[in-house]
Write a protein that binds this ligand. Structure first.
Ligand code: MN
Length: 204
C-alpha cells in the first residue's frame, strides 16, 4: 500500500481549505527515521506520538504523555496515519476540524528499531503488526529505549508506551511538566494560541 492510500483516512477527516495542517504527499525520508511527540490541546490535552514507518507517520494519542520512569505505563491509542510533513506542524487547527485545537512540536528526533538488532531482525512494519515495538529514541527531551505494546489483538485496540530500563531511564525526571516548550519554536501552547489570536485580529 502506497503512502497516498494510507493517508486517505487522514485526508477524509480534514478540509484543507480550513485547516493549516499539511495535506501530505511531498515529504522527505531521511536516512534515519523520525519520531515526534506533539502536545495537542484539543477537547482534552494529550500528546501525539508519531513514528516514521514506510513513508507515513504511524500515530498514537497518549493522554498522559510519555514518562521517563519505567514503572509508568502510559496508554497510547492508535490514530490515523499522518503525512511525513506533519512532524514539523504546529499551530491552531479550527475547532470544527477533526482534532481541532492548538499543537506544538514538544519533542522531535530520530529513532532506531531495536528489534532489527536482534536475531529475528524484525522490520518496524512486522513489529507493528505483532503489536510489540522496541525503539531507541534520540530526541531533545526523550532518549533511550521505549516499548510500545498492544494490549489486544484487534487493530483498533489499545497500546501501552513504556520506558525501557536503561541508563536514560530516570524516575525523578518529569519532562512533560518541567519542559513544556516546543523544540522547534521555543513557544508554549499558550504562546502559539495568543500569537494566532493576535494575527487574526490584525487581519480583520
Ligand atoms: Mn491529537
Amino acid at each position: 500500500m502506497g503512502s497516498d492510500d494510507k493517508l486517505q483516512k487522514y485526508r477524509d477527516k480534514r478540509d484543507f481549505r480550513r485547516t493549516p495542517e499539511p495535506q501530505g504527499g511531498g515529504g522527505s525520508s531521511s536516512e534515519k527515521p523520525v519520531f515526534v511527540l506533539q502536545k495537542h490541546d484539543a477537547s482534552r490535552l494529550h500528546y501525539d506520538l508519531r513514528l516514521e514507518m514506510d513513508g507515513v507517520l504511524k500515530s498514537w494519542a497518549v493522554p498522559k504523555g510519555p514518562s521517563t520512569d519505567p514503572s509508568q505505563k502510559r496508554l497510547a491509542v492508535p490514530t490515523e496515519d499522518h503525512p511525513l510533513e506533519y512532524a514539523d506542524f504546529e499551530g491552531v487547527i479550527p475547532q470544527d476540524e477533526y482534532g481541532g485545537g492548538v499543537m506544538i512540536v514538544w519533542d522531535k528526533g530520530t529513532y532506531r528499531n531495536l528489534q532489527a538488532d536482534k536475531d529475528d531482525s524484525r522490520s518496524m512494519a512486522e513489529s507493528y503488526e505483532d503489536g510489540h515495538i522496541e525503539i531507541w529514541l534520540e530526541g531533545e527531551k526523550l532518549s533511550g529505549g521505549y516499548a510500545l505494546i498492544r494490549t489486544g489483538k484487534e487493530d483498533d485496540s489499545r497500546w501501552l508506551l513504556i520506558k525501557m530500563k536503561d541508563d536514560r531511564a530516570d524516575a525523578r525526571r518529569n519532562p512533560t511538566s518541567t519542559e513544556p516548550k516546543s523544540v522547534l519554536s521555543g513557544r508554549t501552547l499558550e504562546e502559539v494560541r495568543e500569537q494566532a489570536a493576535d494575527e487574526g485580529s490584525e487581519e480583520s
